[in-house]
Design a protein around this ligand. Structure first.
Ligand SMILES: [Mn+2]
Length: 336
């Protein structure tokens, strides 16, 4: 067995109160991996607190088993002295724990980082990072199997949903035969998985199609039509009575990159004063590593094909920064 697996096992057995969190703008992989751990840890009678972190859980994810046990708190609402272990899942850096203030770990708190983001430098005491894994949930599955942890129906449903979400429904290039064989095992344990997927994908508010419509009517192209951007100012959202929710960002950047010739799709939304959330997708991650672009802005990160950033500046400044960053990293694209 890998040394890190047994180190994680002893850290858990030595602990008394374990903290779990969801990353800002949590997704199926974040919620699925945290809830899988929640179910396992409570099954061995550990005291566990799972916080929703900076954002509210999306209605689609709220149907995952155990989601009602997630407490609506962020990291700074807690008395960290109460905890002796923090298992940090699907988070490439401390800013994915909270973006409200700088996260500092007190000396008594042991930290375990389990993640699949290539940009993760390993900021925990123990780090299980597999950048070639399509989802944190897949890493957690392999860890649980190695430690001979029983995969209950609840755990199986959470892990499957996380893998489904982060592979874009088994479409992204990190999906392998191993992913399918793991999912075959998980769906054998939780045959009702299609119900969970339906709930995940069919829990919209009326705001969402309205926001999609606004985005789709604000597409502009740059670099001779090779980069497409949709950027929405807060004033426009307010005028249309839409909450500045950035949950459709990923959907829009995906839609943009689906157009032949638009090599990078970028969706931007002004979520508040001096706060712009950005999602990047590319058709060709071998040429356009969008995680490199997001990281180079100084405020983002992610994967080669899918990345994001939260820029503390006005929308026009954010757009300029992104275009200049792309121009610097990809001079072959020519003029902005
Ligand atoms: Mn993930």
């Amino acid at each position: 067995m890998k040394k890190i697996y047994s180190q994680i096992k002893s850290a858990i057995s030595d602990s008394h109160h374990i903290l779990l969190h969801l990353h800002p703008g949590s997704d199926a992989d974040s919620a699925g991996s945290a809830l899988a751990f929640y179910h396992y840890l409570t099954s061995i009678n550990k005291k566990v607190t799972l916080i929703s972190g900076d954002s509210n859980l999306s209605p689609g994810l709220a149907t995952l088993p155990g989601a009602d046990q997630i407490t609506p708190q962020n990291f700074f609402d807690l008395n960290i002295a109460d905890f002796d272990l923090f298992i940090i899942l699907d988070s490439s850096e401390k800013r994915q724990i909270s973006k409200l203030e700088e996260v500092v770990f007190p000396a008594h708190l042991k930290t375990i980082v389990i993640d699949h983001h290539a940009s993760n430098q390993g900021f925990g005491d123990l780090n299980l990072i597999e950048a070639d894994s399509p989802a944190t949930c897949q890493i957690v599955y392999k860890l649980f199997k190695a430690l001979k942890i029983k995969i209950s129906k609840e755990i199986a449903l959470c892990l499957f949903t996380g893998i489904f979400g982060d592979t874009g429904g088994f479409k992204y290039s990190s999906t392998t035969a191993e992913t399918f064989s793991i999912c075959a095992q998980l769906t054998k344990i939780a045959p009702n998985f299609t119900e969970t997927l339906f709930n995940l994908e069919n829990n919209d508010r009326p705001d969402r199609p309205k926001l999609l419509g606004l985005h789709l009517s604000h597409i502009e192209t740059h670099f001779n039509g090779r980069i497409a951007i949709s950027a929405l100012p807060l004033s426009l959202l307010k005028k249309n009575n839409i909450n500045p929710d950035d949950s459709v960002n990923a959907e829009i950047s995906n839609t943009l990159k689906s157009v032949v010739g638009w090599e990078i799709g970028i969706s931007m939304i002004e979520a508040g004063k001096d706060m712009v959330r950005v999602s990047f997708r590319t058709r060709d991650p071998a040429i356009f590593d969008v995680s490199e672009i997001a990281t180079a802005t100084g405020y983002g990160g992610g994967h080669k094909a899918a990345a994001g950033a939260s820029l503390p500046m006005s929308l026009s400044k954010a757009k300029r920064l992104i275009l200049r960053t792309i121009s610097r990293l990809h001079p072959e694209l020519g003029n902005i």
